[in-house]
Write a protein that binds this ligand. Structure first.
Ligand SMILES: C[S@@+](CC[C@H](N)C(=O)[O-])C[C@H]1O[C@@H](n2cnc3c(N)ncnc32)[C@H](O)[C@@H]1O
Length: 243
């Protein structure tokens, strides 16, 4: 089976329990991480939310008035269906139906169906480590971003403190896969999630990938002992697409 089909199907299977498990297993800390991530963004007109999933980051952008329009892409239709309902509910209860707009498109982050320089800002929360080729995904983000625009990425990382790291290892290799398996009733999904976190790059190594994709002014901020990290970078104003 093709890699992208496999990832889409994996998230389709766990979509119904994804939010509950996310918030429960992280003791709601993931909400704080998304809030902080969005707080670092400049207000933008049109944002691309890569791997939008169930749209928590998009809703946070609307909550903080950081985006008027969000285009979300993902390989899982089930995740996006839940996200679409959540966004509609948020817009109605917060009187934002006229002022904000979200669209959901089934598309691969590594081959996006958009023109160069289409978006004022690009975001991605917990999506990058799922890409079969990280560099392809980052190069696509760079391509579709307007010169002067910012990319903001939230991703799991690996704590540097040895004690925290030991607790993290036990949690991610034993507790999380077990609870994930019981609640989502999926034998493999949460073992995959655990493996994808441990084999992924973080910190300076991730920044190097951003740099290689063409970005500049890269920064990263470790969160909660380095369990997650926010990365920001910009596309130069004088990028050649502008010439
Ligand atoms: C862990 S979820 C994160 C969802 C959401 N951004 C959040 O913060 O909760 C990862 C999402 O990435 C999507 N995804 C993985 N690889 C992708 C790719 N190559 N292109 C588009 N979406 C992808 C999955 O379908 C899934 O919905």
């Amino acid at each position: 089976m093709e890699e992208k089909q496999h990832i889409g199907q994996l998230f389709d299977r766990i979509a119904g329990t994804y939010d509950g498990l996310n918030h429960g297993l992280s003791l709601n800390i993931d909400r704080l991480w998304r809030r902080k991530t969005v707080a670092l963004m400049q207000p933008s007109q049109h944002v691309l939310d890569v791997a939008i999933g169930t749209a928590d980051l998009t809703i946070e952008m609307f909550r903080q008035h950081k985006a008027e329009q969000v285009t979300g892409i993902d390989l899982s239709d089930q995740m996006m269906a839940i996200g679409q309902k959540k966004v509609a509910k948020f817009q109605t209860t917060n009187d934002q139906r006229q002022t904000t707009k979200a669209e959901f498109i089934h598309a691969n982050a590594q081959a996006m169906p958009f023109e160069d320089a289409s978006f004022d800002a690009v975001t991605c929360a917990f999506g990058c480590r799922n890409f079969s080729n990280l560099d392809e995904g980052l190069r696509e983000m760079y391509r579709v971003l307007k010169p002067g625009g910012q990319v903001t990425i939230l991703e799991f990382s690996y704590p540097s403190n040895r004690l925290v790291r030991a607790c993290y290892d036990i949690y991610f290799t034993r507790v999380l896969p077990l609870i994930g398996r019981i609640v989502s009733r999926d034998k493999t999904a949460y073992t995959y999630l655990n493996k994808s976190v441990k084999s992924f790059c973080w910190g300076e190594a991730f920044v190097q990938h951003l740099h290689d994709a063409g970005f500049s002014s890269e920064h990263f901020i470790p969160l909660t002992f380095g369990i997650a990290t926010i990365y920001t970078a910009t596309k130069c104003l004088n990028d050649k697409i502008n010439d």
